[in-house]
Design a protein around this ligand. Sequence first.
Ligand SMILES: *Cc1c(COP(=O)(O)O)cnc(C)c1O
Length: 493
Amino acid sequence: MLYKSTRSDAPARYTAAEVIKMGQAPDGGLFLPETIPTLSPKLVEQLRRDPYPVRAAKILSLFLTDYTYEELLEDASAAYSEASFPGGAAPLVPVKEGLYSLELWHGPTAAFKDMALQLMPRLLSRALKKTGESNTALILVATSGDTGKAALEGYRDVEGIKILVFYPSDGVSRVQKLQMSTQEGSNVGVCAIRGNFDDAQSGVKAMFGDAAMKEELTKRGFFFSSANSINWGRLAPQIVYYVSAYCDLLDRGVCKPGEPFHVTVPTGNFGNIFAAYIAKQMGIPIGRLICASNQNNILTDFLRTGVYDRNRPFHLTMSPSMDILISSNLERLLSLIAGPEKTSVYMQALRDKGVYTVEPEIRDQIGRSFLGYYADEATTARTIKALYEGAHYLCDTHSAVGFSAALDYQKETGDHTPIIVASTASPYKFATDVYTSFTGTAPSDELGALDALAARTETAIPYPLQGLADRTIRFTEIIEVDAMPEAVRRFLQ
Ligand SMILES: *Cc1c(COP(=O)(O)O)cnc(C)c1O
């Protein structure tokens, strides 16, 4: 299987290893496989009996054909081990009649990015060998909190790779700061900056674009790489859990083979829901893909009108990982449906004017699979409370946006087809807002919110968030934005 750019009609010519190493296509587009493989009913029958890592290896081997099945199985077994995902990765939990939660947050940072970031670094490490790369990859990450921790956990102690994370000193929560500053691993670095997230992001981008710095790095045996969510190596592992969820629905007798179910995904970047679309194209009988947004409802508007317009106010919400106005992965869907030529025109318009409009026939075709819903802050809080009180199910602020969309859809259509909601974070990851949502009053401090939530709901704090205050702090450095390149040099010594 070879890969091509979303913006080019040229024949596919990149291997999966090259695509994972490069991240983005040279023309600025994103990589897509030349065809989408299909799952035979016989393979699905086999997958039903397989544990999660075997499901992952079998599904990924259809896309990453320059990796052997044994390599993929070794990596998936390490990524989704019992130690990292106690009780198993991606369990499907019944919430109430016809409604299921696909819990993607049982990994080492208690949020769904672990599902991809536990596996992708291992795929990258192999890609370096497969492409004959002799230098060490240096991953630089600017983070507003969650991605940095998930990347640190994923890349720690992976051969051929070092990772340095920058975060705004006053721009992350106390829990997030503790999670990062206590990070273990021999190849990791963490640095706080005096500035906001945009300063950190710009600082990293400037280094990626600095030719002199690149040359200096090469001389010292390193090259820059990114842990970006547009990398195919992050997207491919996300396809697996939608196939896995179908296997689990069959096993529970909720669906018979071939019977449809709907999927709801709280999304910002359109990555997680695009992975579900790929699973549908592979033959998994997903009916509707319900795209759930928070107050930053640019995707809801796009799916309803065909106009993608980022000229709008930006809202800070209690589901911050979805506070996004550029949904990068939407480009992949546009390329599959409208073709590379039109996609290039849309992306140019987005860069120039911040807005593009797809033709009515393209919008209709997208609308055959996708529906858009959104939840404002009050609705999100109300959903957390209602699900806990009505179904005894506790969810986080992001997942609540998804549940709200699923319930809206059911109410609006009267459709009784089973729905799976992708649950993207542990409620404890956003304990303050979750606690406030159903008590109406904020807990006095952030760490205390975890214990207060546990006491009130009789649920357990997940292992990555237990005893945070007692861990050894390894990284205390706070630097000026200008000193970021200097911090990189020190890190490499
Ligand atoms: C990153 C993230 C999302 C959004 O994921 P997309 O890739 O934008 O679909 C949703 N919830 C949580 C908790 C996240 O960390």
